[in-house]
Design a protein around this ligand. Structure first.
Ligand SMILES: [Zn+2]
Length: 401
């Protein structure tokens, strides 16, 4: 077993009592579903207005090359909230089993540290039955029966206006501080039907209209935090689970391929005041696997979830992040019997690149090195696929550090 691959098992470790209350920052994790980085203003988009995300970027750190580990909603959120790779937590597509109980969520870590924990999710695909409700005092995944009757179950959702209102309502009636809030907005996901005036203003590119609408509604939460004098002292992270192909490479939506259209996501971290972290833009590749470790570290929470993390924090000076970022998808394999795909986004270095390719290509069990522009060969078995994924990542890290 590779170093650091053992998941923390809450059943095998006696949990320590809650830590004494200390001045710790409130923590807010925002995931805007299906959000391509290049369709956000602070990432250079010209055709969509995203003043809320732009404002967070102005006040925090923007990671220009943030990579999602899997372009599917449920598996990607499992990555973000547990800090583990899909080939390690076992959630590799939406046809599999729920998250295994031995994997700890950052919500459990925050709760253990005395935080009030709340989540508002905007799509049924993140229903608590999949396992991400663990650790949350409040997990708002209730959708009306009427909604289920009208839509395919995979498209059951609610608009950002309702979800943001639910989040603010929970914060108002939860006096306990600090708090950890996870807010998930689903609007940019297909079908693209933003409410007015966005439907008219963006009639020729409704996907952008959904983004502009979600950003506007998210602005209400940020405004509330500022009015409540909670903004400056809070740690706020905003990212996405995956992007959207929008027809590139013959794919309309996401999940089948792992080109940058679906794995390059925005990632912005607004640190709490006094953290010593300056607002800036960082250019090296980072992974959404690092989000969980970053939240825990910046909040000063000490929890055995750290033993579970497969990536170090975004602000860890000794972090391997910035070297390479891994992605995979088993959707084509699970649903169509086609090849699973693996990708590695790397910081370009010539000599190391050659060594990495040679090592990975000759590694026992490795099926192929897959760049965003290449397809890998079909794996022979699930065990072989996991082995290949692990080795691919291990070789990349070892080579680049
Ligand atoms: Zn999604």
């Amino acid at each position: 077993m590779l170093p650091g691959t053992a998941a923390a098992n809450p059943q095998s470790r006696k949990e320590s009592p809650p830590e004494k209350s200390q001045p710790r920052p409130n923590v807010i994790l925002i995931t805007i579903d299906t959000l391509r980085a290049d369709h956000v203003g602070c990432y250079g988009a010209q055709t969509v207005k995203t003043p809320t995300l732009d404002g967070l970027a102005h006040d925090g750190v923007l990671f220009e090359r943030a990579i999602s580990q899997v372009p599917l909603t449920w598996p990607s959120h499992a990555v973000i909230l547990t800090g583990t790779y899909p080939f390690q937590n076992g959630v590799q597509d939406f046809t599999g089993q729920p998250l295994a109980p031995q994997f700890r969520s950052v919500a459990q870590a925050f709760k253990q540290a005395g935080y009030a924990t709340g989540a508002v999710v905007s799509a049924f695909v993140l229903d608590r039955s999949w396992g991400l409700g663990r650790g949350f005092d409040f997990y708002d995944d209730a959708f009306s029966a009427e909604t289920f009757q009208k839509k395919d179950i995979g498209l059951v959702d609610r608009r950002a206006e309702d979800s943001v209102a639910h989040a603010i309502a929970w914060l108002k009636k939860t006096p306990q501080r600090p708090f950890f809030l996870w807010l998930h907005l689903y609007d940019p996901h297909n079908p693209y039907d933003p409410p007015e005036p966005y439907n008219t203003d963006y009639k020729d590119h409704l996907y952008d209209g959904e983004i502009a609408y979600a950003d506007h509604e998210l602005g209400k939460l940020i405004a509330w935090l500022k009015q409540s004098k909670l903004y400056d002292s809070s740690l706020i992270a905003a990212t996405s689970d995956h992007g959207e192909s929008l027809g590139e490479h013959g794919e309309d939506e996401h999940g089948f391929f792992i080109y940058n259209a679906t794995v390059h996501v925005p990632l912005i971290v607004k640190p709490p005041a006094g953290s010593g972290i300056s607002a800036e833009r960082r250019h090296d590749p980072v992974e959404t696997t690092s989000v969980a470790a970053s939240l825990v570290q910046l909040a000063g929470v000490k929890d055995f979830i750290k033993r579970q993390f497969q990536a170090k924090g975004l602000f860890d000076r000794n972090s391997g992040s910035g070297d390479a970022a891994y992605s995979e998808t088993f959707y084509p394999f699970s649903s169509f019997g086609w090849s699973p795909l693996h990708a590695l986004e790397r910081r370009p270095t010539t000599g190391c690149r050659r060594r990495f390719k040679r090592k990975a290509a000759t590694a026992p069990g490795a099926q192929s090195v897959y760049s965003p522009e290449r397809r890998c060969r079909k794996s022979k078995s699930r065990r072989a696929r996991k082995t290949a994924s692990t080795r691919l990542l291990w070789f990349s890290r070892r080579c680049l550090t």
